[in-house]
Write a protein that binds this ligand. Structure first.
Ligand SMILES: Cc1cc2nc3c(=O)[nH]c(=O)nc-3n(C[C@H](O)[C@H](O)[C@H](O)COP(=O)(O)OP(=O)(O)OC[C@H]3O[C@@H](n4cnc5c(N)ncnc54)[C@H](O)[C@@H]3O)c2cc1C
Length: 248
């Protein structure tokens, strides 16, 4: 959902309810895992040799995943361009190992007025206790209130930001009034092992042996990364699911 308020008096603010993830660069295939693992027993092998027995390849990848031999899953790389609210990036950047990040700057450029408002399918009401939350549908009135409160607040915050910029206040100072619902963008580069660790924590899945309770918005990012990765490394992806979605 993307819409821009049509009132001429409104600040030129737009609202989104989704996140986007683009796979911009990759060097990632199941054969990278086989190549790294087989050096243990067979030395260097050609791609042809690696791929000549698919059943054996599948078995080896499954064995590595099951017994948590993790390092062969590190010899690959995926770079994603992610557009999501700042509160998602705050959570995302807690993932320190096997990740590289570069995010747009609020010091060197004026931040665009694009803000997060939950879409109609976002469950709004939290029930349960910490560590065991469940989210249920909001009522139409709760959705209406959430959209209205957020949009009013975003417009006011962005107007204050613009007023300060117009008065000559530095971008790095003026940005303090902008809320964490503001969209940002970043490149995030990882490998299959670090992505699996991320997905184990930031997605919910019926095959997960250890349940996690991620915030829906970072899960939306995770789901899109997962779909890209599944296409690149189908055997590794299948083994991850078959072994309870625990990173090796
Ligand atoms: C549902 C959920 C709720 C959360 N709630 C909160 C919260 O309320 N407050 C909060 O602050 N954070 C919270 N977090 C963030 C969480 O604590 C982790 O920081 C985040 O999930 C990254 O996990 P990680 O440290 O395993 O990943 P990475 O930083 O990528 O590390 C990967 C692995 O490397 C090893 N490692 C990394 N650094 C060290 C180290 N310094 N010492 C020893 N081993 C290390 C560990 O084995 C770790 O699992 C939450 C995360 C989730 C998924």
């Amino acid at each position: 959902m993307t819409h821009t308020p049509d009132s001429a008096e409104s600040a030129p603010v737009s609202f989104r309810g989704e996140v986007t993830v683009e796979l911009v660069k990759h060097s990632a295939a199941d054969s990278d895992v086989l190549w790294a693992a087989r050096v243990s027993t067979a030395g260097e092998q050609s791609l042809e040799e690696l791929q000549k027995d698919p059943e054996r390849s599948k078995g080896l990848i499954n064995f590595l995943m099951r017994d948590r031999h993790g390092s062969p899953f590190e010899h690959n790389s995926m770079t994603f361009f992610i557009s999501a609210p700042i509160f998602v990036f705050r959570e995302f950047m807690r993932h320190r190992v096997g990740w590289s990040y570069n995010e747009e700057s609020g010091r060197y450029r004026q931040l665009e007025p694009v803000f997060y408002v939950p879409g109609a399918s976002r469950k709004l009401v939290q029930q349960g206790r910490p560590g065991k939350y469940e989210f249920v549908e909001g009522t139409p009135a709760q959705h209406e209130l959430t959209s209205r409160a957020m949009e009013d607040s975003y417009r006011q915050a962005y107007a204050a930001y613009q007023e300060m910029l117009a008065a000559g206040v530095a971008r790095e100072v003026a940005r303090a009034v902008l809320p964490v619902g503001l969209y940002s963008s970043m490149y995030a580069t990882c490998n299959a092992r670090s992505l699996m660790h991320f997905l184990g924590l930031r997605t919910q899945h019926e095959q997960a042996k250890v349940p996690s309770f991620p915030q829906r918005e970072i899960e939306m990012v995770g789901e899109q990364m997962e779909a890209h990765w599944a296409r690149l490394m189908p055997l590794t992806y299948a083994a991850f699911n078959a072994n309870g979605r625990i990173a090796p």
